[in-house]
Design a protein around this ligand. Sequence first.
Ligand SMILES: Cc1cc2nc3c(=O)[nH]c(=O)nc-3n(C[C@H](O)[C@H](O)[C@H](O)COP(=O)(O)OP(=O)(O)OC[C@H]3O[C@@H](n4cnc5c(N)ncnc54)[C@H](O)[C@@H]3O)c2cc1C
Length: 84
Amino acid sequence: MYSFNYHRPLSLKEAAQSLSAASDGTLMSGGMTLIPTLKQRLANPSDVVDLGGISDLSGIEAKGEMPLSSAPPPHMPRLRQARL
Ligand SMILES: Cc1cc2nc3c(=O)[nH]c(=O)nc-3n(C[C@H](O)[C@H](O)[C@H](O)COP(=O)(O)OP(=O)(O)OC[C@H]3O[C@@H](n4cnc5c(N)ncnc54)[C@H](O)[C@@H]3O)c2cc1C
């Protein structure tokens, strides 16, 4: 893994600022694909902006028959949604 700056913003605005200030930043949602990619040195971002702390992006709702999941909810909140 190459070194990078890690950011964990609490708002979308802060995330956008961190990303735009980075020379070669990337977003991380759950990290399931990104972290192995970083570990294998297949990516070399200057900054990683972790979206996991942004409450505006969390949550799951059912729209008709269709479940709508926001960006990065981890597995447990998904499993707690009885309707899903
Ligand atoms: C071991 C393994 C098993 C897997 N098994 C499955 C499986 O069974 N079924 C399946 O469907 N998939 C599977 N995948 C694929 C994985 O679920 C997908 O790649 C998924 O997108 C990972 O989501 P994440 O939130 O962890 O993304 P991350 O790893 O955080 O990000 C993936 C990519 O999306 C970019 N990104 C993240 N958030 C945003 C955003 N908001 N805007 C723009 N770009 C963004 C990142 O920069 C990165 O390039 C597997 C992957 C691995 C490594």
